[in-house]
Design a protein around this ligand. Structure first.
Ligand code: UDX
Ligand code: ADP
Length: 464
């Protein structure tokens, strides 16, 4: 297994797409093929107009454009790509289980297992298989068992190479990572496989930033990193509630503690709650693993991060109801933002979904504007909750691609995503067209409170 010349990536999603595009861009001598079962998604990646690729990430279409058709290919022919590759990345989704043992906690590995079986069935020559999805600790072992016991006798090396990119800054994070982590077997063959992947990254990442560990450390590091990051958000959100009661200002507290170099200033923004496909899933997974080893105190400790996050979303919605004189029935509430953070069209686990759900339970009418989220995604997210029928969601929620229309005649506005464009709106015009008194609940603390109050809004922010 010498120098890697041909890479295949299974899964053309938020992780596989950007990661492989950057590898292809930085390694013109490597052929990179991304495959996916979802033909529609592959067609979108191949769209002649590179602005129509299925994932919105600043800078991504330029990177795709630079390599697509040269050494970067998108295809639905999974078997051919597996057959040709010397290194295979698995970047399929690993959602939380919705059924059976570990329901609501453990990661559902059915897509991973399917990939492993497919690789085993197709591969005729030895390959390096790289776990790229967030996986529970010891998944590599399961993949190895399937490969070794169902294959055609080909030899496989399994590496864990967790992804640390954050959505919205994926390209930047991939181009200039804080570190790249590669876990593999500690024997000679394992080391060779690790070296092969190190070589790929060293085309653009300084060697001192490429860490190598054993497989289990690598897998657990990913869960630990996300648990620590989410914990910071829940910690500052816990303080935000106390700030609201005591008259302290959470932004001032965050600044004061962030200047302590031991604490650091990042990831201390109080918000309506964290979302995204990773934080909650990874923590629940950690909790499940801890419980399965009987480590109940460890499990409870981390579970509290998720409990706090649920509380934050719930209390944001409850505060809207309480402030609007204890009823939002038939009142129009405008939602600015639906994505789980700015600069992405991803809505997985977005706080907006849960806030909307609570307000719909109170019979509010919700109008949504998000610069990058398509309207069918909003309905899909709500229908997925299964709280009410698709017809009821259609009746209760309207969507527009114009923020001024969404806010017109609204009783209140809730800011759910921190999109920069919200700051530049003509807020006087929005105020003039709203029902009075006009309320704004800034769940991201991005708007200028003094300015909003001068206009006449009754204005509230998290933690103030
Ligand atoms: C995260 C990790 O950062 C990344 O390393 C990992 O690979 C995947 O999971 P992502 O979910 O894309 O990335 O976004 P992130 O920037 O971490 O934000 C997660 C959520 O926390 C968002 O909803 C964000 O709005 C929220 N958040 C973040 C806060 O509420 N306050 C903060 O200070 C930071
Ligand atoms: P992530 O955020 O982890 O990248 P996504 O859901 O965006 O998750 O992407 C995962 C992709 O993996 C989806 O497009 C899905 O169709 C694809 N996928 C899942 N299982 C397989 C499989 N066995 N073969 C090919 N593609 C798969």
């Amino acid at each position: 297994m010498g120098i890697v010349k041909n890479i295949c990536c299974i899964g053309a999603g938020y992780v596989g797409g950007p990661t492989m595009a950057v590898i292809a861009h930085k390694c013109p001598h490597i052929k990179v093929t991304i495959v996916d079962l979802n033909a529609e998604r592959i067609a979108a990646w191949n769209d002649e107009d590179v602005n129509n690729i299925p994932i919105y990430e600043p800078g991504l279409s330029e990177v795709v454009q630079s390599a697509r058709g040269k050494n970067l290919f998108f295809s639905t022919d999974v078997e051919k790509a597996i057959d040709e590759a010397d290194m295979i990345f698995i970047s399929v989704n690993t959602p939380t289980k919705t059924y059976g043992l570990g329901k609501g906690m453990a990661a559902d590995l059915k897509y991973i297992e399917l990939c492993a079986r497919q690789i085993a069935a197709v591969a005729k020559t030895g390959k390096i298989v790289v776990e790229k999805s967030t996986l529970p600790v010891r998944t590599a072992e399961a993949i190895k068992n399937i490969l070794d016991n169902t294959g055609n006798g080909a030899k496989f090396q399994i590496l864990s190479n967790p992804e640390f990119l954050a959505e919205g800054t994926a390209v930047e994070d991939l181009l200039h990572p804080d570190r790249v982590l590669i876990g593999g077997d500690t024997d000679a063959e394992g080391k060779k496989a690790i070296d092969a992947l190190v070589e790929v990254y060293s085309n653009w990442v300084p060697e001192e930033k490429i860490l190598t560990t054993n497989v289990w450390s690598s897998e657990l590091s990913k869960l630990t990193a996300n648990a620590f990051l989410a914990q910071r958000v829940s910690s500052i959100n816990a303080m935000s509630e106390l700030c609201e009661r005591t008259g302290a200002d959470v932004n001032e507290v965050a600044r004061a503690i962030g200047m302590d170099s031991r604490i650091g200033s990042k990831f201390l923004k109080a918000s309506v709650g964290f979302g995204g496909s990773c934080f909650q899933k990874d923590i629940l997974n950690l909790v499940y693993i801890a419980k399965s080893y009987g480590l109940n105190q460890v499990a409870d400790y981390w579970e509290q991060v998720v409990i706090m996050n649920d509380h934050q979303k719930q209390r944001f919605a409850a505060n809207i109801v309480k402030t609007l004189y204890n009823t939002v029935s038939d009142k129009k509430i405008a939602f600015l933002g639906w994505a789980f953070k700015k600069d992405t069209n991803d809505t997985r686990e977005s706080a907006a979904i849960y806030v909307a759900d609570e307000l719909l339970n109170e019979q509010a009418n919700i109008a949504v504007y998000d610069p990058k989220v398509e309207s069918d995604v909003v309905y899909r997210d709500l229908n997925y909750l299964d709280t009410r029928s698709a017809e009821q969601n259609k009746l209760g929620v309207s969507i527009s691609d114009d923020p001024y229309t969404v806010c017109k005649d609204a009783h209140a506005i809730a800011v759910l995503t921190e999109w920069d464009e919200f700051k530049a709106y003509d807020w006087q015009k929005i105020y003039d067209n709203m029902k009075k008194p006009a309320f704004v609940f800034d769940g991201r603390n991005i708007l200028d409170g003094d300015k909003m109050k001068d206009i006449g809004f009754i204005f509230q922010q998290i933690g103030k």
